[in-house]
Design a protein around this ligand. Sequence first.
Ligand code: CP3
Length: 345
Amino acid sequence: MNSQPLLIRALNNQSIERPPVWLMRQAGRYMSEYRKLKEKYDFLTLCRTPELAHEVTMQPIDAFDMDAAIVFSDILVPATALGFDVDFNPGPVVANRVESAEQIADLRVPSYEELEQQFGFITQVLGSLRSELEPKEKALIGFTGAPWTMACYLLKQEPWKSFAGSSIFLEKYPDAMASFLEKLSDLLADYACLQIASGAQAVQIFDTWAGNLGVDNFNKFSLPVLNKLVAKVKERHQVPVILYLGNSSHLNGCLNSLNFDCFSLDHRSNLTSIDESLETKKCLQGNLEASILFAGSEITCRSTRAMLGKWKRESGLVANLGHGVLQKTPRDSVRAFVEEVKQGW
Ligand code: CP3
């Protein structure tokens, strides 16, 4: 049997000759190939048409040769299974956001079989991507949002900014919030399993807005449903699960209580001190500041080299940015980042 792709070996803390490299949101608007397709198709059509989603997913691999592809979709796509009416303009627009505890009580989580039926396009694109990537020895990543980050998009926010609506809802209706997060966790675990059953070799859970919660509320509301999600996936599949936490350095003390295989952290965190504070050795992923790429390829190379030099560990590492590639990022900088990591330690 062939050995596993470099990314999967890194996530499992096996020996690696160099860190694998991929970028969150590596397919998207900074690429002219993507913008060209967007002239013909809207975002949801790209996500829901397997041939188009396949093409978009492969665009950065063909251009920059990363070690892994992440299926092109959006974290809001599975929310339609709970009856949410989701569109993009270009950010997510949810017509029927939750405003009351009663609406949460009425939400019904579909069965795995119902998800299989509703998300045939995801299973198809993952299958065709796996067939293309396997001979190239590249890994295929699936993803979902984390319950809290999903709730941020699905709860009414106006007139507040920065998702304060979620924090207010949590304080006013703590039981309804806990129930909402449980339902989301159940749905997202099944959605992750569906992706694994269709060909994903690892899954990443995006908790982009994790840092909006203080430590106490994170521990009380978010951490249990994150662990429940990962446990449900692990019960059924032996694949590594990555947790991305955004804007979250105040939550680093909680990492020992989270049962994920890998933590993906933003540029605010120091991966060396996190490594030292973890009771069990875990793979770490990150964490070059995404805006540095606007400073050009030379500075990107230098900063990437500095990051590799600081890491001081020769296994269990994945090179990535601290958050998704920003729109209008110069493509030469993306190339420089990938190539610099490929030079090795
Ligand atoms: O920004 C965040 O991190 C917030 C949460 C989030 C969203 N989508 C909401 C969203 C996350 C983590 C995603 C994941 C996502 N979106 C992925 C994940 C996989 C990967 O590659 O890492 C991908 C591929 C997308 C794709 C995407 N979503 C694109 C290309 C766009 C722009 C739409 C267009 O017209 O081309 C979106 C819309 C979107 N989803 C936005 C947000 C906050 C708006 C983004 C913006 O305007 O910059």
